[in-house]
Design a protein around this ligand. Structure first.
Ligand code: HEM
Length: 126
């Protein structure tokens, strides 16, 4: 495997770590630590910044993922199709969640969808 494709996979995984790890960190650390009315503005700032970072991470995932799908001739792979449908769905849920932050069910759906995408990614990986 060339260094170039190792670097592309590495970028895919760093963006994945930000996206999935950030959700775990928010749920396990930030939200419990900043619970309460007086820290609500800080929580909102953290969540908003993470939302913006997430959109960048998804952009990196799409660019590096598309490059790998071409290089490894995976565009006809059924598992990749399911993964892409889930990526589209999670993308819609992220934008919806940024507009309607009070709909907390969306957070759970985004997290479950992300975990399923990671599973499918590992399934198709070389
Ligand atoms: C939320 C978005 C995404 C997440 C969390 C994600 C996660 C992952 C993970 C964990 C892997 C396994 C990498 C490895 O073990 O080496 C992977 C591989 C892969 N992903 Fe993604 N991915 C995402 C989006 C995409 C998109 C949009 C595409 C295509 C357009 C894509 C295409 C691929 C391909 C082709 C591989 C296999 C690379 C190989 O053969 O080693 N991914 N992904």
């Amino acid at each position: 495997m060339s260094t170039w494709w190792t670097a592309v996979r590495w970028l895919h995984l760093v963006a994945m770590a930000f996206f999935v790890g950030g959700q775990l960190f928010l749920a396990a650390v930030v939200v419990p630590a900043l619970r309460g009315a007086e820290t609500r503005p800080q929580l909102r700032t953290v969540a908003r910044r993470f939302g913006a970072g997430t959109l960048v991470a998804i952009g990196v995932l799409i660019a590096t993922g598309a490059a790998m799908a071409g290089h490894y001739r995976l565009w006809s792979d059924g598992t990749l199709h399911v993964k892409l449908a889930l990526v589209a769905l999670v993308g819609v849920l992220v934008v919806w969640h940024m507009r309607r932050p009070q709909l907390h069910a969306l957070e759970g759906l985004i997290f479950l969808g992300s975990l399923a995408i990671v599973w499918l990614g590992v399934t198709i990986a070389h």
